[in-house]
Design a protein around this ligand. Sequence first.
Ligand code: PEP
Ligand code: MG
Length: 857
Amino acid sequence: MSFIHRISADNCHLTADQIGSKALSLCKMLAHGMNVPPAFVFETELFRLYENNRQLPESFMTDLRFTIQDIEIRSQKKFGDKDNPLYVSVRSGAAASMPGMMDSFLNIGMVEDNLKTSDEYKRYINFIKDYAALVHQIYLEELLEDSPEHGLEDKSVLQNMIKSYLACFEQQIGEVFPQDPFEQLRIAVITVLKSVHNRRAKTYRMLHDISKNEVATAVIIQQMVLGDMVGFSGSGVAVSRDPNTGQLPMMGEFVLHHQGEMLVGGAINPEKIALIKAHDTELFTTLEQHIAALEIIYEHPVEVEFTIENGTLWFLQVRPVKTSDEALVNFVVQMFEANHMTADKAIAHVPPKIIERFLHDSVDPDHKQPVLDTGVGASPGAACGQVVFTADDAIRYHAEGKKVILVRHETSPEDIYGMYAAAGILTARGGLTSHAAVAARGMGRVCVTAVKNIKIVALDGLMMVDKTRIRAGDIITIDGNTGRVFLGEVPLKQKKPSRAFYKLNQMAAKRARMAIRANVDSLAETDIALDFDMSGVGLYRTEYAFYKEEDINNIRRMVLAETIQERSEIADHMRTGQIMHYKNLFKKTRDLPIAVRLLDPPLHEFFPDNPRYLPELAQKLGLSESKLFQRLRDLKEYNPMLGVRGCRVGVLYPEIYIFQIKFILAAAIDIAKETGIYPNIEIMVPFIGFETEFQIIRQQILSTYESAKHEDAKLPPVKIGAVIELPRAALCADQIAKTADFLSFGTNDLTQTVIGISRDDSPRFMTDYMRKRIVPFDPFVKLDLSGVGMLIAIAVEKARKANPDIVIGLCGEHGADPECVDFCEMLGFDYVSCSVFRMFGARLSAAQARIKADANL
Ligand code: PEP
Ligand code: MG
C-alpha cells in the first residue's frame, strides 16, 4: 500500500486530515498557476502506522525512491549528484496549522565529497548543525566554541570548520555523519513524525484547543529552491495586508542571497519587501497579484513564504495569518465591497465574540505593571481611577472632575447612582450576572467582580490585597476583559469602531430574522441603544426609576409603611417624579416596543447592608432607629434570591405594583397627547412561578388600565406578559401563555433556579468546576443548552400550542451568547435582548444563525 501523493493541482480534492494543511495549500497554489517546487506528501496514515507499529511500513523505502525519482525528473536535477545536485526539504504538516512547532529539515542530500563553492560549504555546515540538533538534540556550535568569526569566505577555513563539525558529531553521537542521501532522508522523515510529540507542539495544541483527534502529521518532501544562489536570489515572507489594521498594501520582509531559514530564525536583519521592486518590478507585481489572489481563495489575509532563485519566484507556503479584530472586520467588508465575498460569507467570517471588544478600551499589552489580583471580567473595557468605597464618594469625586473606581463588597440598587459616576466598578463578591455586572454592562462601565483576595474596610477607607494597602483616593486600574486588577495607572488603548464595523453591523441587521432588543436601565443607555439601532427595549428594570436619593428614600418609606393609606400618600409624593421618569423614557423609545418590568428585587436590597449606616438613614426617613431596625428585621430573608421578590412583591404588597402601573400609564397618556405618538408598552411580570400569580398581577394591570382609560381615552393599548425565570413557570408555560401576550425568558434567574446555583455565589467554585470538567463552561455566560435550554424548548412548544400568536423573547445576559442566539433562532424566537454594548455581537450572531438555518433548509 502506498501513502504518497504528488503535490499537484489535481490533488486539491484531498483533505487536510489526509495530507495536512500545508500540502493542501501547495496544491491550491498550483491550481492557481503559481510556481511551486516539485514535491510529494506522505499522508497522515503513515504517522498512524508508525505510532502503532513503532516502525515504518515495508512500502516506505519504495515510496521514498519513487518520490525522489519523480522530483528528479521534474526538477531535472539528481539526488546525491556532484554536478547538478537535487536537495530536498522534509517538512511536517498537521491538519491544523501549527507554525514552527514541529521539525523540518532543509538541504537533505548534501554530501561532503560533492561540495564545490563557499556557499555550499556554508550550507553544509548549517545542515550538519540542524541535523545534529533535530535528530540527536546535540547543539554542535555550543560545543565548538572556537569557531572562527572571520575568513568565512575562505574555502580552507570553511573546510576546516566542516571537519571540526563532523568530528564533533562523531564524537558526541558515536557514529559518522550520514553521507548516504537516502539514509539522511529516512532519518529526517522519522524525526519529523516523532516531532508531533515534542513539547512545543504539545503546548501549542493545548493553548489552541487542538483536539486529540488532530494529533498527526503528514510529511512533505520537496525540492529545495535556493535563495542563497547567485544572481537575484533571496527569501521572503509577505503578508497580504497589514494584520493590525487590515489595510493594503502587502507588507513583508526579504533577505538577499540567503535561505528562508535565516529570515524565519531571525539570524540576520531583513530588508523591507519593497527591495524586490528595486531589483525586478515585474517579479514584484507577480508576487503582489498572486498574494492578492490567495487572500480571495483563503477568504482571509494570508502569510506567504517564498524564495527567489536566480530571478525565478517560487512559492513555498501559504497560511491564514492571525489578524487583529479590526483588521478582520476591515478585510471582510473590503472583500464584500469588491465582490470577492458574498454578504453571507462576510458575516459568517467574523466571530461574534470579537465584536464587543470594538466598543471598549483595553489595557495596553506592552505595559509592565504586575497584577495585584484577578477576579471575573464582568463588563468589558479597562478603566483607571481613584478608589472610592461609597456611591456618595463616587458622585462627589466625579463632580470634582476625577475618575473613580467604586469598590464594594457587592452592589445593590442603592449604589446605582454611584455606579454611573464611576469609570469602573470592582466588587469582592458576585459574578457575571450579579447586580454589579448586569448593571455595569448596561451602562458600559468596566466591571470586575469576585476578586477573592481583597479585604474591604470601607468605613476606614481601606482595602487590602494580601499585604498591599490601598486607601480611598489611591489609583488602581481594572481590566474588565480579563478580570485583572493593577495598582496605579496602567496605560490604556482606546478603541474607536471603524466604518467597516458599522457596515458589518448593517449587513447583519439586514440578514437577521430575529429582532435585537436592548436591556436598558437609564435614559443615557436608551440613547446609546437607539444609536445602535435597537428594535426595541427588551427589558427596562423599573428599580432604576428610583436611582435619585429622594426616590430611593420614597421607595424605602413605601416598603416600610404599614398601612395602605400611608403607601398611597407616599405614592402621591412620588407621582410627578415617576411620571416624568417614564415620560422621558417613552419620549425616546417613541413607538418602538418597550418591555417595562414591574419591581423585581427583594425589598431588602433597597436598604444599606451595613448597620452602621442605619442611624443616618432613620433620620432621613423620619423614623426612629428602633422602628427601622425592627422593620428591617421583619424583611430579612435567608435566601433572598427565592424570597419576596418579583411578582411576589405585587401579590403581597399590591399597592406597590399598582402605583407603578398607574405611573407608567399616566406617562403613556401624556406622551400620546403631547407628541401624537403612542408608546408601545409591554408590561413584564417578573419571577412568575404559578399561573395564578400571573392572573392576579394581570388583573391588577387590567383594572388599573380600565380606570385609566375611563379617565382618558388617549391611553394606548398595552401588552402584558411574563418573565419565565422559574422551572415551574417553564413547565406550565401553556397555562401562563393562555392569557399572556408575550413570554420573555430571563435566563439569568432561570439558570440559577434550574441548576440550583446562585448567580452571585457561583464564581466561588465555578472555576474549580470547569477545571474538574464537571461543567464545560460557566452556565451564566453560555446557556446550558442541554439543561436550561431543554426546559426553554419545552416551554416554547407548550406556550405556542396554547397561544399560537404569543411573542417569545429572551432577556437574560445569554441574549448575546452566540450559541444561545442560534438556539433561539432554531426555536423561532421573535427577539433576543441583551445589554446595550453587546447588541452588535448579538445581531451578528442572529445573522449567522439565520444563514445557518437557511443552509439547513
Ligand atoms: C434574568 O433573570 O435573566 C433577567 C433578565 O432578570 P435580572 O437579571 O434582572 O434578574
Ligand atoms: Mg431575573
